[in-house]
Design a protein around this ligand. Structure first.
Ligand SMILES: C[S@@+](CC[C@H](N)C(=O)[O-])C[C@H]1O[C@@H](n2cnc3c(N)ncnc32)[C@H](O)[C@@H]1O
Length: 360
């Protein structure tokens, strides 16, 4: 008589506090014959400690002990090869239980499919055995909760970055995002700090160590002593949607519409020297002065690209002298903060064409 294979669970446990385990996680552990968890060679397992109160005497515990991490290995495939062998052997041990009809729960700190070791078991077993993954609260959510600050809002982009990336890539990613969480700190911390500085985001950065675990700490990242940073910590760039946009040192462009020929083409404000800020001559030139603008069609009914909020006084007529600051719309188009549209003041006209409509 053939045995019905057991079921595999990848069980997310949340960031550390057992109160953040889901009901589904507790039920999966309760239903399991075998409880498996990864651990370093010292033997301690964060995942096991989170789930400890749900483990029973009759649970078979499978401790999956990682090979060396920082030390050298004589494996012909190097550290990568040693890891692959380890995952193969670990999966084979779990497969033996499953083949014997035993239900196996693999414990995972945080979420199992989010930078979790469980994934290596999943890839080797899920196509052969009935498998259910139970999601867990990630360290990303845990860190934001502990900071008590929104992480990303509206159209902001959140980027999750392993701190193990090279400094240049970290810098580029941090410069190109709204919010970010940098994982896997510890020895990577000085590089991550430099990248935040180069990206111009250091002052925004927060630090969360051991969220929802014993020894928890939250700080401004600039206040952190790099020698104290453990692996179980993240750097966070929270939502910046409520920050003021940076003040840009920009010049001012003044566009003066002079009309094509003579005084009849002048608008009232242009014709009255006292209300013409930048006029220096009463004699109109023979060209429009702006190759991108259409020729004049009407002296009295100018059409512009002004937004509806632009005041309709003579001083905004295309023939009048008009000060046009570097417009919010133009700035948004090139700014990484371009999604903050609702925070910008109402638009003013981007450019002014003399006496007529713009060709487009
Ligand atoms: C291998 S990843 C595991 C991620 C985990 N599966 C999750 O869902 O968050 C380990 C990294 O997660 C982060 N991390 C995990 N738990 C954390 C916690 N309680 N507090 C702060 N960072 C944590 C750290 O950056 C650590 O280097």
């Amino acid at each position: 008589m053939s045995t019905v294979p057991g079921k595999l669970y990848g069980v997310g446990l949340g960031p550390g506090d057992p109160n953040l385990m889901t009901v589904a996680a507790v039920k999966a552990i309760a239903s399991a014959d075998v409880v498996a968890y990864h651990s370093a060679r010292h033997g301690r397992s964060i995942a096991r400690s989170i789930a400890a109160e749900h483990l029973r005497e009759d649970h078979i515990e499978e401790r999956l002990v990682y090979p060396l991490t920082v030390e050298t290995t004589d494996h012909p495939g190097g550290y990568r090869g040693a890891l692959d062998d380890f995952y193969e052997e670990a999966a084979a041990r779990l497969a033996a239980h499953l083949d014997a009809g035993r239900t196996v729960a693999v414990l995972a700190e945080g979420d199992p499919l989010f930078y979790g070791s469980y994934q290596h078991m999943h890839k080797r077993l899920a196509d052969r055995y009935d498998t259910t993954v139970i999601p867990g609260v990630t360290s990303v959510s845990a860190a934001a909760a502990r900071l008590g600050e929104p992480l990303c809002e509206a159209e902001e982009v959140l980027t999750i970055i392993p701190g193990t990336l090279p400094e240049d890539e970290l810098t580029a990613r941090l410069a190109g995002t709204d919010s970010a969480v940098v994982m896997k700190l510890g020895r990577t911390f000085p590089t991550v700090r430099r990248a935040l500085e180069r990206a111009g985001r250091l002052d925004d950065a927060r630090y969360v160590e051991r969220a929802f675990m014993a020894g928890e700490r939250t700080e401004k990242l600039t206040d952190v002593d790099p020698s104290t940073v453990p692996y179980f910590s993240v750097a966070v760039l929270p939502s910046r949607i409520d920050q003021q946009p940076p003040v840009r040192e920009t010049g001012e462009v003044t566009v003066v519409g002079t009309g094509p020929a003579g005084a009849p083409w002048l608008t009232p404000s242009r014709a009255a020297p006292s209300s013409t800020p930048t006029s220096s001559s009463a004699t109109p030139p023979t060209s429009t002065g702006s190759p991108s603008c259409a020729p004049a069609r009407s002296a009295t009914a100018p059409t512009t690209r002004s937004s509806p909020s632009a005041p309709s006084s003579p001083s905004t007529w295309p023939g009048a002298a008009t000060g046009s600051r570097s417009s919010p719309a133009a700035t948004r188009a090139s700014s990484p903060w371009r999604r903050r549209s609702s925070k910008w003041p109402a638009n003013r006209s981007t450019r002014t064409c003399p006496y007529g409509s713009s060709p487009g």
